[in-house]
Design a protein around this ligand. Sequence first.
Ligand code: SF4
Length: 379
Amino acid sequence: MNTLNVIKTPGLYIHIPFCLSKCPYCDFYSSTSVSLIPYFLNGLFKEMERHSHRFKRFDTIYLGGGTPSLLTPKQLESILMEVRKNFHLTSTPEITMEANPADLNPVLLESIRGIGINRLNIGIQSFDERVLRFLGRRHSLNQVISAIEASRKVKFNNIGFDLIYGVPGQEMDSWLQTLRQALDFSPEHLSCYQLTFEPETPLGRRFQAREFHAPGDDLTHQFFIETSNVLSEAGYIHYEVSNFARGMEHTSKHNQKYWDHSPYLGLGPSAHSFDGHQRWWNHRSLAQYLDEIQRGNLPIEGKETLTLEQLRLEALYFGFRTKKGIHFDHFKDRYAFDLWMEKKEILRRLKAEGFLLIQHDHLSPTPQGFALSDSLALL
Ligand code: SF4
């Protein structure tokens, strides 16, 4: 029987749609008009109130963006106060905030720890100044180091670094050096993303105009496999295609919800939500978002109800991207599909070729399998 109605505690995502400057590779929605922050907060609090009848309780909160660390301690505190006013939180919620290294000063760090933020995700991207400049980042290497040291000083003990590889002209040595410098600080979590050239971004347009060459498939595959090897040797668990944790207790509980079809509520411009069957998304532009709220509406731009077939395909896609993988009985129960019976031959072949591990009633991808996860999901 399909048990998609299994109740899991939802997560709350809040999109803070402001950045001081736009990085040329980024296609997340954000505005540089920071004077609008108070108007956004007003709208956000109304949006929370309008969802409070539908979502009651959360065990994770993720402040993403954009650049949440641009907000003042008072503004950040007011967001968490409004969350607590409108919803219940479990006794030990995971509360993550994304931060730009340039913003992480001791005063901000002390205050965000004081209001209950217990996980920091720092957008470092590289320990190589040349790469930081190519990416158009507003922070310097010195600011990265000060930010990490200041975070440890106020006893943040769950810190993640975001890093980017596959930058045009970057050689393996530069990337390995960045990884080694990151490891010197023993972060609890590392997200290592391949740079992509999204067509609607300034970098994507320069790429289309052939102003530079992107690293080829062989080199990006090498970056990926080397990253997995180096971090695994350093004791990190490669638990999702791009994510590594220094122990299972440091994996992102919030992101896990996206990968296992748990419900989540997304607030703020461009945020997506999911209730187990239906997915909906907010207007991307801040002006439209605020306009809908002003008119007493939810700022929703579109919605779709996923069929069992669509949910099953997504579950396969995520199953091949996470170390947790796929449990055959749970999959059959939840998505009405006996994966082992239907795909036994191909699964055995993928195991023999080194892409999957299959033990008893469960499969999980190897690092080689992670590298091909998008195609594996089409089996
Ligand atoms: S700071 Fe982050 S969200 Fe803002 S433009 Fe740069 S990459 Fe995008």
